[in-house]
Design a protein. Structure first.
Length: 202
């Protein structure tokens, strides 16, 4: 609204300068870009990101398999992968165990995995994710998480576009002011030798 009022205020003002009108129109153009263009850019980026992430979700679910592993013992070192079934929150407590399981083709496998399932002593069962070869794999991304990342990407592009528009507007205004001050300095330099003398301008 300030941009619109600025354009209207300088429309019929006898003291207006060309730079005043330019700055007012520039502010209006920047406002229109922020209101119309930046949201479209954010929506397009969010939609494209969501499509890509949904494709990744489908690929991960096709390549990874949920299976049951039998605990051999607790592991002392850190796990190579997080193969949990539930508790996708990063704040969930992870337990590292050495376990055995079967690959999708039926071959036996053994390794150190991390799970958020409550692992008991040897012989207890936990659920883990594996890849097509039966190796432990991270939990595949779920659809809500993909949507959340897409929304954040869209909001980020909107804010970035808004920032670029405002920075561009400020740079142009700064350039116009710099040019105006340079013209004023040249005008003062021309008038300086005659300033205050009798008969100046006669």
């Amino acid at each position: 609204m300030r941009a619109v009022s600025g354009v209207w205020r300088w429309r019929h003002n006898p003291l207006r300068r060309a730079t005043d009108r330019c700055e007012a129109w520039l502010a209006l153009a920047a406002l229109l870009l922020v209101v119309l263009v930046a949201p479209v850019l954010g929506w397009v980026c969010g939609a494209l990101t969501d499509d890509a992430l949904q494709e990744s979700v489908r690929a991960q679910r096709a390549q990874r398999h949920l299976t049951t592993a039998v605990v051999v013992r607790r592991a002392a070192g850190p796990p190579r992968f997080a193969g949990e079934q539930e508790g996708s929150s990063g704040r969930a407590a992870h337990t590292s165990v050495v376990a055995t399981w079967r690959a999708p083709d039926g071959r036996p496998r053994k390794g150190t995995v991390s799970t958020t399932s409550k692992a008991g002593g040897p012989g207890s069962r936990v659920r883990i994710w594996t890849d097509a070869a039966g190796r432990p794999a991270p939990r595949p991304m779920d659809v809500p998480t993909a949507h959340t990342h897409a929304v954040l990407a869209g909001v980020g592009v909107f804010l970035l576009a808004t920032g670029f528009i405002e920075v561009g507007r400020r740079l142009i205004v700064w350039r116009m002011a710099h040019r105006r001050y340079a013209q004023l300095d040249r005008a003062w330099a021309r008038a300086g030798p005659d300033w205050g003398r009798a008969g100046t301008g006669s």
